[in-house]
Design a protein around this ligand. Structure first.
Ligand SMILES: Cc1cc2nc3c(=O)[nH]c(=O)nc-3n(C[C@H](O)[C@H](O)[C@H](O)COP(=O)(O)O)c2cc1C
Length: 182
């Protein structure tokens, strides 16, 4: 499958970007083609009607339209979606045809906190439902991620590696079954 990964914060040491690197490598190792959008791709002007479409928005929209699944790896800010990622979602939702329609999505989050970014996912689920994407019921959360992820994003604990692998495999199988066309 063609898969798109979007996420991380804008800071260089982003734990979510680290986690996304690990997940993207895991997807590649399973034979999937992976495109990753992070960092500068997500440093977008605030959405405003009439502004020219930023090049990264056009690139992400095209990648999302033609992929079979996407993984969003998002920090949780104040129990919700961080501004830069909500802004990217909003920009993308203005594109036609909508890149979100019928797109299977897996949510993932890492946080130094105890809840692993799980509360922010409630906001993600509401917004993704609104734009017509299919968000998988399972999700990946990594609590205490400053200690539980290695520098390269690999979970330190073996049982986390196994659980992440199980959620990834379930998502890939579900997305294959949905068979979104290219
Ligand atoms: C404005 C702001 C709000 C935050 N709110 C939460 C929160 O609600 N829940 C949480 O687990 N962490 C929260 N954090 C801490 C982030 O999870 C932490 O900074 C994390 O490292 C951000 O992800 P990153 O490492 O990918 O940059 C917040 C951080 C900031 C800057």
């Amino acid at each position: 499958m063609d898969l798109v990964f979007i996420g991380g914060s804008l800071r260089p040491g982003s734990l979510n970007r680290r986690l996304m690197g690990y997940l993207a490598r895991a997807a590649s190792a399973r034979g999937h083609a992976v495109q990753v959008f992070e960092g500068e791709h997500l440093r977008l002007p605030l959405y405003e009607d009439g502004l020219p479409i930023p090049a990264p928005v056009a690139a992400m929209a095209e990648a999302l339209r033609t992929c079979q699944g996407a993984v969003i790896v998002s920090p949780e800010y104040n129990a919700g979606i961080p501004g830069h990622l909500k802004n990217a979602l909003d920009w993308l939702s203005t594109q036609r045809p909508s890149p979100w329609t019928g797109l299977p999505i897996l949510l993932a989050a890492a946080s130094p906190g105890a809840f692993g970014g799980s509360r922010g996912m409630l906001s993600w689920r509401a917004s993704l439902a609104n734009v017509g994407a299919w968000t998988a019921p399972g999700a990946i959360t990594v609590p205490k991620a400053d200690a539980s992820l290695a520098e390269d994003g690999t979970p330190v604990e073996e049982r986390t590696i196994l659980e992440v692998s199980r959620v990834l495999d379930a998502f890939f199988a579900g997305a294959e079954r949905m068979g979104r066309s290219r």
